[in-house]
Design a protein around this ligand. Sequence first.
Ligand code: BGC
Length: 407
Amino acid sequence: MSMSFGRRFSRREAIGTAAKVAAGVVIAGAIAGVSGYYAGSSAVLPTTTTITETRTVGAATVTMTTTAVKTETKTVTSPTTIVSTVTAAAKPMKIGVIGKSVHPYWSVVDKGSAKAGEELKMAGVDVTATFWVPYKEDVPAQLKTMESYIAEGYAGIAVAPSDPDAIIPVIRKALDAKIPVITIDTDAPASDRLAYLGTDNYMAGVAAGKAMLEALQKTGLARPGGKIAMGTGSLTARNSLERMQGFKDVVEPVGYKVLEPVCDYEDAAKALELASATLAANPDLIGAFGVYAYNGPAWARAVEEAGKVGKIAIVEFDATKENIEPIKAGIIYATVAQRQYFMGYYGVKLLALMSQWGWDSALKFYIPRYPANKIFDTGVDVVKKENLKAYYEEVVARGEPVDWTPD
Ligand code: BGC
């Protein structure tokens, strides 16, 4: 775990926030939409720095430009090109990013958020992205953190809800206070969140199921009625439920028996215990699916410790160092690697630019067919030993941070 992760991670921060609120230091008004935002902002505007965002939406190329000037113009220069110039922020704004647990997976989201903040700052938009995660799955702590961000007048919140139902009222409360909320990593579609940025988790589960079938075939472990186990970190978060459903929808129809998932509530040590216990209780197991980032490594270690390498096919999620090493070692067959850097990066940009351009313009710019579609699919890569090097090159080219090498 990086030091900066530990530094920014905080219950301490939530407590600090509560103390500030009690002392009356609430930055209200800074988040009341575009008009409220500029009201009373007499701070010095940065000199004309410009940020230009270009995105292809179907056949149309949309360019949005934010410049530190005092006018707002929006012109349609051709049927397919919209150019918008909006006054940049003179007042600092805070964007909150709320993750689900302490793990290198989330450090990458943190890096994406911080990068977006830096780029916006360089363009004269004064944004600070605050990243927060609980130690492990902790729904009340997530809700409390959101409450404190609302009280502190954050300009926007990106949250990965561990419980998509429990989060509904607090999302409503933020929106009522004119604070835009989006979900990242795992969605809460029954809430009024404005958009979801992340993996299509059902389809990613399908990809994991297909990789499992391939692994069983290739290793000669395939047999009718063979048992497959699943280890996960949540029984409420949609990403966990959708991945497991997608996985089962592929492997069950061809005759495999998928066991009930074992859940560790995002506690990696518990994940290992559960994986070992499952192996011990099911000597005839032929496959294991690691639903969250640390679950694959937990299965790999349990399989190694039980002396069963080569007898159990493992498929996992994510591509941190601990996920990749067992692939190199031939213990894990494949991983469904998420692109979580972009959940943080685009999440912060979208929220900051919602304050700049107005909610609707920014949402339409980032999300094709908004509002009919409120989902920004960040995509996945299925990574195996044979395409590890190509994947590595791809990740580097896309600018995502990597903590491993392919050799
Ligand atoms: C999931 C996250 C989870 C993380 C770490 C990822 O696969 O998308 O929701 O918090 O694993 O466990």
